[in-house]
Ligand binder design. Structure first.
Ligand code: 3AT
Ligand code: MN
Ligand code: MN
Length: 549
């Protein structure tokens, strides 16, 4: 098999090893990453291992109890073993400080998903190390989220065709997928993809160093988010793997340079593949643009290597592809300077200045009177926001709609409903204060604002019980609008009301029980009237200074 002599779908571009200069530049990169807290210390890694050990014990207990419930004798139940696997950034060995551990609990076939969501949360809640326990059984990939011994954990579940899970079971074997539920297929998929990734990379340690660099860069540049139409952790990992395959003997610094060049010049929608797509023996849905019209719509396909292969980037839109391509170009230019000794690595990681890039912005404000509803609404809105982006980029004269990966959370307690309504419509105190020239009493008080807490007490402490609490989250979308041709008189009519209305209707129609009181509102901003808090409470640089009356 000729594909055995190299990794990937084409032969490498270069087999060259590293020059001294490349090693030197790589060392500097590693120094930067270490100095910026991208590696966990020994103690924290040990703690993760301890947590995983304890979690494994709980899984064994769970399988035992579930087996008893299904009528097994104590003796037989004791022979039924489960197993936990890890995936995600921890499994890849690129997790940062405070990252979660993505874990998969694999149980024998008689143990059901209902058992998992019934028994496991009970066992976990009995443990003093566990906090923020949140089962999410209705998710696309059902999960129990929690903090265990200070470590965030995502725990998913699959049951496989075994009466007891063998100690050495390798999930990479596609036969394990036979006749198991769709949810179990999706759940083992995370783990199978991570395992394949590690097998398809020529040098794991170079891959890890490179991926850490790319992840930090993508976060700083605001392009790390699967749900908003950028790339998530798995997709970034796969891009780095592909470049590692093309330069199997290069060091990380070189991989990064090549990464930006190759990705900037990539001929999308040509897919990035880490290996040939496998046949389809079990007739799952796999990515196949020749057969599936919906797969032909993918703008930036990056295909997962484990059977059944899927596109990890189906959320990418024209706008987000344009934004990422510009970032690849920026990265390529900076790396060229790094290699010419004209600048250092820190330049690569400068944070994007989202609120200075565009002249127009939309603010999507969601609000609720309690945190529980608000969390649900926030998740719902975040998972749909890309649909608003797609609607916007199709509006005439709009070139680009850019969703900000950072959202803003504010909690207010208002003296009455009138003020609460203003908040729900996104009219926050400081915006008001500017609008009426700063002549205003403190009517709304951000709850978490320490500085103002003294003033709350002074104002009217006896009335504070009657305050109306409003929790808000704001998402911003930057809009690039076509320049008017020279000599064009008048202004463009850019009608945002339909996309905005459509989006709000969609969110409202998805309301879940408890979220009836939640509100969604969309505001349009010129850059000069963006609120100061998006600039970290510095004055909006685009705001003209008003002379006071
Ligand atoms: P972090 O270091 O945790 O930020 P990560 O790559 O581990 O990076 P996640 O923990 O978010 O990222 O995700 C790990 C895996 O979980 C990736 C994917 O297989 C699965 N996953 C994450 N989010 C979703 C989702 N919304 N739907 C389906 N699978 C998901
Ligand atoms: Mn993770
Ligand atoms: Mn996770």
């Amino acid at each position: 098999n000729p594909s055995q002599i190299y990794f990937g779908v084409t032969p490498p571009i270069s087999l060259k090893g590293a020059t001294e200069e490349e090693i030197d530049i790589t060392n500097k990169m590693m120094e930067y990453l270490k100095d910026h807290n991208q590696f966990e210390d020994e103690k924290a890694s040990k703690n993760r291992e301890i947590v995983l050990g304890q979690l494994d014990k709980l899984v064994q207990r769970f399988v035992y109890l579930a087996s008893l419930n299904h009528g097994f004798t104590e003796k037989t139940a004791a022979t039924c073993k489960g197993k936990i696997y890890t995936f995600g950034s921890y499994r890849l060995g690129v997790h940062g400080v405070g990252a979660d551990i993505d874990t998969l609990c694999v149980a024998p076939f008689h143990v059901t998903r209902e058992d998992f969501f019934e028994i496991m949360p009970k066992l976990l809640s009995e443990r003093s190390e566990v906090s923020e326990l949140t089962p999410v059984p209705e998710a696309y990939v059902p999960v129990i989220k929690m903090e265990f011994g200070g470590v965030p954990i995502d725990l998913t579940f699959a049951s496989l065709h075994f009466s007891s899970i063998p100690e050495d079971l390798d999930l990479i074997d596609p036969k394990i997928l036979k006749n198991i539920s769709d949810k179990s297929v999706m759940s083992v998929n995370g783990s199978r993809v991570t395992d394949e990734i590690l097998r398809l990379v020529p040098n794991v340690s170079t891959f890890r160093d490179s991926l850490r660099c790319i992840k930090l860069w993508a976060k700083k540049r605001g392009i790390y988010s699967n749900s908003l139409g950028f790339l998530g952790g798995v997709a970034w990992a796969m891009l780095v793997v592909r470049v590692c395959q093309l330069y199997p003997n290069a060091v990380a610094g070189t991989i990064i340079t090549r990464f930006f060049r190759i990705m900037y010049q990539w001929n999308w929608p040509q897919p990035v593949l880490l290996k040939p797509i496998e046949d389809n023996p079990l007739r799952f849905k796999i990515w196949n643009p020749r057969q599936n019209p919906s797969d032909r719509l993918h703008k930036m396909p990056i295909i997962t290597p484990a059977y059944p292969s899927m596109c990890a980037t189906h959320n990418v839109s024209q706008s987000t592809l344009t934004i990422m391509t510009a970032e690849f170009k920026r990265g390529a230019d900076i790396l060229e300077k790094v290699f010419n000794n004209e600048c250092d690595w820190s330049e690569l990681f400068i944070e994007q200045d989202f609120f200075s890039r565009y002249k127009y912005y939309l603010q999507v404000i969601i609000s609720s009177d309690n945190l529980d509803s608000q969390l649900k609404m926030k998740g719902l809105t975040e998972s749909r926001l890309r649909l608003l982006v797609t609607k916007l980029e199709n509006v005439e004269h709009i070139i680009l709609a850019h969703p900000n990966t950072h959202s803003f959370e504010k909690v207010f307690s208002c003296v009455d409903e009138g003020y609460a309504n203003n908040i729900r419509n996104g009219i926050f105190p400081e915006t008001e204060a500017v609008n009426n020239g700063g002549h205003e009493d403190i009517i709304y008080v951000p709850e978490s604002n320490e500085e103002n807490s003294g003033e709350i007490a002074n104002m009217d402490s006896e009335n504070s019980q009657n305050r109306v609490k409003v929790c808000t989250n704001s998402f911003f979308i930057g809009l690039l609008i076509e320049k008017k041709p020279v000599g064009y008189v008048g202004s463009y009519k850019v009608d945002l009301s339909w996309p905005a209305q459509d989006f709000m209707e969609m969110i409202k129609s998805r309301e879940t029980p408890g979220s009836e009181t939640s509100k969604i509102h969309i505001r349009f901003h010129k850059n000069s009237d963006l609120p100061n808090y998006v600039f970290g409470n510095k004055i909006n640089p685009a705001r003209k200074i008003h002379s006071s009356r």
